[in-house]
Design a protein around this ligand. Structure first.
Ligand SMILES: Nc1ncnc2c1ncn2[C@@H]1O[C@H](COP(=O)(O)OP(=O)(O)OP(=O)(O)O)[C@@H](O)[C@H]1O
Ligand SMILES: Nc1ccn([C@H]2C[C@H](O)[C@@H](COP(=O)(O)O)O2)c(=O)n1
Length: 249
């Protein structure tokens, strides 16, 4: 495999783990990196969102932690790993749009902070990253980019490349506001505080995604535009994962 940013060969299969807070650009940057390198793409946040939708649809009480975990263990989730068109299906039904609804975003942290749910989804994530299951028929022989909140630290601490993608609160709120409302005026930015900052506060009770663990490279995108951030991520990959020719004695 060749890194299109540097034209140098990189390890195959290649595993790239990306974590970071809400709105830092994990999904969009990871998809672009995966497209550029011809890798599969795993959105682990989509798994927590699908689990939340499933729990709601099954009529399970969020306060009944063991019933929530049992429902998630039985969840018939299939994701496609194509970075151009990542799909999410529950019981054969396309839910890619439904899991992004405000209703799901508001309550997803309640499911994501259930430790038994986390254990089940971690198990599924590792199977996908390790190549034991590749749902949805997308071939990921060249490797995978997996992104979330605990991929660099807990799910895939042995990944070839590990990146913590950060950005200031101000940038993250403005980006989310532009994405959701098409404007970053003061009122719209303020309206994003719950789905960005409150959610991070709740999620960070069970995972650390603001400080890089040992060996994880921090990429601060606050002052970078999208293309610059993707280029910087590709540089990190190429530095960390080049196959160096053997040196002659
Ligand atoms: N460096 C950047 N500069 C400007 N906008 C960016 C940058 N990176 C990402 N964006 C935009 O910010 C928005 C949020 O990005 P994205 O959804 O990828 O974040 P995320 O970290 O995956 O968030 P969440 O965890 O909440 O799903 C998107 O509209 C994306 O296009
Ligand atoms: N590895 C992960 C991925 C996601 N989460 C939680 C945190 C979020 O509130 C929720 C949805 O993620 P998003 O789609 O916004 O990236 O899932 C987690 O705890 N661990």
């Amino acid at each position: 495999m060749t890194d299109t940013a540097t034209d140098l060969p990189v390890r195959t299969p290649l595993s790239i783990a990306v974590d970071g807070p809400s709105g830092s650009g994990k999904s969009s940057v990871s998809k672009a990196v995966a497209r550029s390198l011809g890798l599969a793409y795993l959105d682990t946040g989509a798994m927590y969102r699908a689990a939340t939708l499933w729990v709601v649809r099954e009529g399970v009480d969020f306060d009944d932690q063991s019933a929530v975990a049992a429902a998630v263990r039985a969840m018939p989730l299939v994701q496609t790993l194509d970075p151009v068109d990542p799909g999410v299906a529950l019981a054969g039904q396309d839910v890619a749009e439904a899991i992004r609804s405000e209703d799901v975003t508001r309550v997803v942290s309640r499911v994501a902070t259930n430790l038994d749910v986390r254990a089940e989804l971690r198990r599924r994530q590792r199977e996908i990253i390790d190549g034991e299951t590749r749902p949805g028929g997308y071939s990921a022989g060249r490797g995978i980019v997996a992104e979330g909140r605990d991929i660099t630290t807990v799910v895939a601490p042995d990944a070839d490349v590990r990146i913590l993608l950060t950005a200031s609160e101000e940038s993250r709120l403005a980006r989310r506001s532009l994405e959701v409302r098409g404007t970053a005026d003061a009122e719209s930015v303020a309206a994003m505080r719950d789905q960005v900052l409150r959610r991070d506060r709740d999620d960070s009770t069970v995972t650390e995604f603001t400080v890089a663990a040992d060996g994880v490279v921090t990429l601060d995108s606050s002052d970078l535009d999208f293309d610059q951030t993707v280029a910087a991520a590709l540089q990190i990959v190429s530095r960390a994962a080049h196959v160096r020719p053997a040196t002659k004695a």
